[in-house]
Design a protein around this ligand. Structure first.
Ligand SMILES: [Zn+2]
Ligand SMILES: [Zn+2]
Ligand SMILES: [Zn+2]
Length: 255
């Protein structure tokens, strides 16, 4: 299985509009971060996790033209406001795209993007999604990839964590409820939220992400959803050898 980092930025991206700090003006492309999203691929199946406002640029950059399904972790704008781009995937796949989300998130999506849930209309002038509501702790399968969804605390709301075999994706999280801990046990690879150095109300910060990694002991861990406090080279040097910040376009080989 292969995981491509489509984006690893915070809600406003890096660079921030109007910011002239050293990270926002950095020449290193690894410091340019579009909004957070990943692409999970097996030999036969391609699943997009989150539809960031940068989805169009991400798909052009990574050169994929359709997907088998879309999973949305939560309804914050940076994770779903690119969903209208689904139209291109409808067109190239010539079908409605299944969308998976928890009940609360699906409700928000159906409210905000009602037109995407109307009956499909070829030739795809309008995007079309078919809703699949997922439930924490109930495994669902797309093609040959199985997902275990679990609850993550995200400030005053929640997000869905995803475990796929030995790999876990935990974006937008500041705490794990007790009955989600099992989903993190004995994982080998972890892509986890890490917003900045200072503690944040709805996200993990560097010290907290490293504390969790120490606790769950994955073989490799990667940090994502990073804002302009975090300079790639500096953070890479500051983290233990099994931990590294990701960058847009990075490919994680999960074996
Ligand atoms: Zn976010
Ligand atoms: Zn900045
Ligand atoms: Zn969020």
């Amino acid at each position: 299985m292969k995981v491509t980092i489509l984006g690893c930025g915070p809600s406003a991206g890096v660079p921030l509009i109007g910011c002239d700090c050293s990270v926002c003006t950095s020449e290193n492309p690894k410091n340019r971060r579009t909004r957070s999203s990943i692409l999970i691929e097996s030999d036969t199946t391609r699943v997009l996790v989150d539809a960031s406002p940068d989805l169009r640029q991400q798909a052009l950059r990574e050169q994929f033209k359709t997907i088998d399904a879309l999973i949305i972790t939560h309804a914050h704008a940076d994770h779903c406001h690119g969903v209208d781009e689904i139209r291109s995937f409808n067109y190239h796949g010539d079908r409605a795209i299944p969308i998976y989300a928890d009940a609360l998130t699906m409700q928000a999506l159906q409210h905000r993007f009602d037109y995407l849930f109307l009956p499909p209309q070829k030739p795809w002038y309008r995007g079309a999604l078919t809703p699949h509501v997922i439930t924490d702790h109930e495994v669902f399968t797309i093609g040959d990839i199985s997902f275990l969804p679990f609850e993550q605390q995200h400030g005053k709301t929640r997000s869905t964590g995803l475990r796929i075999n030995d790999f876990v994706y935990s974006t937008d999280v500041n705490n794990f409820p007790n009955d989600s801990h099992y989903a993190l046990e004995k994982m080998r690879f972890w892509l986890v939220d890490c917003l900045r150095y200072e503690p944040a109300p709805a996200h993990a910060h560097v010290a907290l992400s490293l504390e969790w990694i120490q606790r769950y002991q994955p073989e490799r861990a990667w940090l994502t959803h990073m804002n302009h406090d975090l300079e790639y080279t500096r953070l890479l040097a500051e983290t233990p050898q099994c931990v590294e910040p990701v960058y847009d376009g990075m490919v994680l080989e999960i074996k």
